[in-house]
Write a protein that binds this ligand. Structure first.
Ligand code: NOJ
Ligand code: CA
Length: 543
C-alpha cells in the first residue's frame, strides 16, 4: 500500500510532479552516508537503528547536508554488514520496521533532508527464500535465478571471490554455486527475467514510501559472461578498480539495459536519483553508467585512492571531471566510506593525518558535483584498532587475518564524552563493535561549540558551499605549482578557489581576494599574499 507524505503545502502523492526544478538537487548535493548499525541506538541493544537515526536528524540538519544514504537496512544474514539481503521489501528487526522507515523519511523531509536507500542487486543472502528453495530442489524455478553448476571435481571456472578464495562453493548435495563476494552472498542470474521483475517491485515499494532514490551496490556486476568463461588473469584482491583481467565477471554490456529500465522507473517519481557503485579501473567505463538515460551518477572513488601529493590529487580530479563531463554527469566525489580506512589514518595518522584530512575535506567540498561524506568523518574519527576476536568483516575472517578488514571504520558514533559516548541511551549496552576508550574526545558534544573543531570546519564549509554556488556548480580548472594544488571554480556570479599546500614548508600564494575559510588557524593572509602552512587548505573568493 503506497504511503502518502503529509507535509503542508507539498503534494501528498510522491508521484505527482512538483514544478520542474531548474537544477536537479542531486547534481550538487552533499550526501551523508549513515552506517545505520553504528549511528545511534534508541533502545539500548547496542545496535544503531532507525529510531536512533530519526532522533539525530536535527544534528544532520544543523550540519547542513542535503541528503542521507543509509547502508542496507534489510533483514540480513549478517555475513557482510547487511549486504547479504534476506528480504528486499522489509526492515531488519534490529533496525525497526517499515513504519519506522516511513517516519524517518517524513521527519527528514520536514528538516530539509532526503533519504536515499542502498539496494543490493548483484547477490542475495544465502538465507533468501529463493536460494533456500534452490537448495531444496535443484529443478525449482528459483534455482534458475542463481548460477549453479553440476557436481564436478573442479569449480566451473577460475573466478575468485573479492573477499578471498574461489568464487564457487558447494551446496550440501555437491553442486557448485557462484558468489563473487562471501559464500553467504550467492550471485543472482540476471538472465532470468524474474530477477529483473522482482527488483522493479522492490524499487517501487520504497519509492512509494517517499524515498529519494538508491545507492546501487556493485552496479558494475549483475550480468556475467554468458558462457562463464575463465577470466584472462588473476588479480590482487581489492574493492576498487577491476580491469581487463576480470573481463568475464564484471562490466558486461547487458547491465546498461538494467540501468535504463531503473532510470525510467525513477523518472516516474520526481526528484529521485540512482547513484551507482562502479569499481572499474577505467574511469571512462565508469562514466558510461551515468549516461543521461542510465543512473544519475556513478560514485567516483579516485580521491579515495589518491596519495597525499598534488600530482596524484590533480590527476584524480581532472580525470574524473573529464570522464564524467563527457557524458554530461556530475562527478560524485568520495573521500571516505565504510569500505575504506578513515582519512585521518590514511593520510598519516595523529596530528599530521588530521591536518591533511581537514585540508582534503575542504578540497573535496570545493569541487563541482556532488560530495559523499561518511558518518564520523566530520568528527575527524581515525581508523580504530579492533581486536581480532571482535572483528566481523568477512574480508578479515576469510583471509585468515591476513587482511585487516573494514571494522575499524565502522565503530559507533561518539555523541558525547560520557561512558559509552552516548551511542546507546544509558551507556550501559555492549555496542555491537567495541568503542575505543578515547572515543569521547571526538564526540559531537565536545566539538559542536568549539571554534576550529573539525565538526565546525565541516559545518562552515557546507554553509559556504551553499552561499557560494560557484564551488558546487562552477567550471573547475586544476593546477599544481610545486607542493601547491589549486582548484579554481568559475561560477556565474563569482570565481572561487581552493588552494592546498601538500608540502612540508609554508607556501606563499598570491591572490587578490577574500579568505572564506581555512583548514588551519595558522593560515594568514595580508597584502594579496596567503601564507599556507604545510598540510592546510584555504577557500578564497576572487575580487
Ligand atoms: C560494496 C559495499 O560497499 C561493500 O561493503 C560490500 O561488502 C560489497 N559491495 C558487497 O555487497
Ligand atoms: Ca538498537
Amino acid at each position: 500500500m503506497a504511503r502518502r507524505l503529509s507535509l503542508a503545502g507539498l503534494s501528498t502523492d510522491p508521484r505527482v510532479a512538483p514544478a520542474p526544478a531548474p537544477f536537479p538537487w542531486w547534481r550538487s548535493a552533499v550526501v551523508y552516508q549513515v552506517y545505520l548499525r553504528s549511528f545511534a541506538d534508541s533502545n539500548g541493544d547496542g545496535i544503531g537503528d532507525l529510531a536512533g537515526l530519526r532522533a539525530r536528524l536535527p544534528y544532520l540538519a544543523w550540519l547542513g547536508v542535503d541528503a542521507l544514504w543509509i547502508n542496507p537496512h534489510y533483514p540480513s544474514g549478517g555475513a557482510d554488514g547487511g549486504y547479504d539481503v534476506v528480504d528486499y521489501r522489509a526492515v531488519d528487526p534490529d533496525y525497526g520496521d517499515v513504519a519506522d522507515l516511513e517516519a524517518l523519511v517524513d521527519d527528514a523531509r520536514r528538516v530539509g533532508l532526503r533519504v536515499v536507500l542502498d539496494v543490493v542487486p548483484n547477490h542475495t543472502s544465502d538465507q533468501h527464500r529463493w536460494f533456500q528453495a534452490a537448495l531444496a530442489d535443484p529443478d525449482c524455478p528459483e534455482a534458475g535465478r542463481y548460477h549453479f553448476a553440476p557436481p564436478s571435481e573442479e569449480p566451473p571456472n577460475n573466478w575468485q571471490s573479492l573477499f578471498g578464495g574461489p568464487a564457487w562453493s558447494r551446496t550440501p548435495d555437491g553442486r557448485w554455486y557462484l558468489h563473487l563476494f562471501a559464500p553467504e552472498q550467492p550471485d543472482l542470474n540476471w538472465r532470468d527475467p524474474e530477477v529483473a521483475a522482482d527488483f522493479e517491485q522492490t524499487l517501487r515499494f520504497w519509492l512509494d514510501r517517499g524515498v529519494s532514490g538508491f545507492r546501487v551496490d556493485v552496479a558494475y556486476g549483475l550480468y556475467k559472461d554468458a558462457a562463464l568463461r575463465d577470466n584472462p588473469g588473476f588479480y590482487a584482491p581489492t574493492l576498487f578498480g577491476h580491469g581487463p583481467e576480470q573481463a568475464m565477471t564484471w562490466n558486461q554490456p547487458e547491465v546498461h539495459d538494467v540501468w535504463r529500465r531503473w532510470r525510467s522507473i525513477c523518472d516516474e517519481y520526481p526528484d529521485t536519483m540512482l547513484v551507482g557503485e562502479v569499481c572499474l579501473a577505467d574511469l571512462d567505463q565508469v562514466a558510461l553508467y551515468s549516461r543521461p538515460d542510465e543512473m544519475h551518477q556513478a560514485l567516483s572513488f579516485r580521491l579515495l585512492k589518491s596519495a597525499w601529493d598534488p600530482a596524484s590529487f590533480a590527476a584524480a580530479i581532472s580525470s574524473a571531471l573529464d570522464a564524467f563531463g563527457t557524458v554530461g554527469a556530475p562527478v560524485s566525489w568520495v573521500l571516505g566510506n565504510h569500505d575504506k580506512e578513515r582519512q585521518v589514518t590514511r593520510f598519516g595518522g595523529g596530528a599530521l593525518g588530521r591536518a591533511r584530512a581537514r585540508a582534503a575535506a575542504l578540497l573535496m567540498l570545493a569541487l563541482p558535483g556532488s560530495a559523499y561524506l561518511y558518518a564520523g568523518e566530520e568528527l575527524g574519527l581515525p581508523q580504530a584498532a579492533v581486536a581480532d576476536e571482535a572483528k566481523r568483516d568477512p574480508i578479515f575472517l576469510r583471509s585468515g587475518g591476513a587482511r585487516a578488514g573494514r571494522d575499524g571504520c565502522r565503530i559507533p558514533m561518539p555523541w558525547n564524552a560520557t561512558d559509552g559516548v552516548g551511542f546507546s541511551p544509558d551507556g550501559a549496552a555492549e555496542p555491537w563493535l567495541p568503542i575505543p576508550a578515547d572515543w569521547g574526545r571526538y564526540a559531537v558534544s565536545r566539538q559542536a561549540g568549539r571554534n576550529g573543531s573539525t565538526l565546525q570546519l565541516y559545518r562552515r564549509a557546507l554553509a559556504l558551499r551553499k552561499a557560494h554556488p560557484a564551488f558546487a556548480t562552477g567550471t573547475a580548472t586544476v593546477t599544481t605549482n610545486g607542493d601547491v594544488l589549486t582548484v579554481r571554480c568559475a561560477g556565474e556570479e563569482e570565481t572561487v578557489r581552493c588552494v592546498v599546500n601538500m608540502g612540508a614548508e609554508t607556501a606563499l600564494v598570491s591572490c587578490s581576494g577574500t579568505v572564506l575559510l581555512s583548514s588551519s588557524r595558522r593560515v594568514h593572509s595580508a597584502g594579496g599574499t596567503v601564507a599556507l602552512p604545510p598540510n592546510s587548505a584555504v577557500w578564497l573568493v576572487e575580487d
